[in-house]
Design a protein around this ligand. Sequence first.
Ligand code: ATP
Ligand code: MG
Length: 285
Amino acid sequence: MKTLRIAIQTKGRLNQDSIQLLSDVGIQLTQGKRKLISKATNFPVEVLFLRDDDIPKTVADGIADVGIVGENEVLEKREAVNIAKRLGFSKCRLSLAIPKSETYTGPIWFKNKTIATSYPKILERYLDDNMVNSSIHEISGSVEVAPSIGLADAIFDIVSSGSTLISNNLKEVEIVTKSEALLITNRELSNEKLYILQDLLFRLDTVETAKGKKYIMLNAPNLRLEEIKSLLPGMKSPTIIPLAKEGWSSLHSVIDEPQFWGIIKELKDLGSESILMLPIEKMIL
Ligand code: ATP
Ligand code: MG
């Protein structure tokens, strides 16, 4: 049987969530994550651990079939890969930031300035689009300290909360692009590998559908059942089971967690008792 090889980050911000995602879809890995390759025990998949910078090319070249990597790396590396799914974690943005004391006048501010970045290609495209001529200084890490040591006038880097910028006396002035983790795939997968990929995508959808959903169970007096039912539309309609206690029913449904907080008081006021909320791991509609 063919095996689908998935490249994920060895360590760093994507590693934990990537392993968690595989575990959520029932893929258990044999060895510790420090090995270069780890085979799944129960699914035709093996995981290749790499630096995130190397994932787009490894997938484009077919050394790995699939990869989990930040959109920023995919945009920067410009390798020929397909995006099979946006995964919703490691959300961040790629922004231009300048010293706090400067007055920002729009993209023209960057004219003839030096910008330090680890993402020269994305930056170059932005500058071209805005017809601004700047000099790009490529560095691989600690970009945020570049202005304070006189290496650059500004930076172009990953931002999430913005606290790194603040502690380096910088301010974010342009969001150039947003990023999240992507599932990327090689463009020439064999039919056997595509088949495994389809199964993987189906499992990912199943986990995604269940996200934020809770299973709710409560006991309701029959006299108020219709009103309580109308508060809980469920996926199709709630399940109602008579209780041994005369005049009472048990009602089961699926709701969005935020919705629950909005109706809890009404449910209580209508006489609901023993309200239970249970997590849902997987959901197939
Ligand atoms: P490697 O050693 O694998 O090259 P790295 O140091 O380049 O790792 P990390 O800092 O681990 O990369 O970040 C990996 C990815 O996580 C980034 O490319 C980006 O997509 C995302 N990311 C980075 N910083 C943040 C953040 N502050 N919040 C959310 N996501 C982030
Ligand atoms: Mg990297």
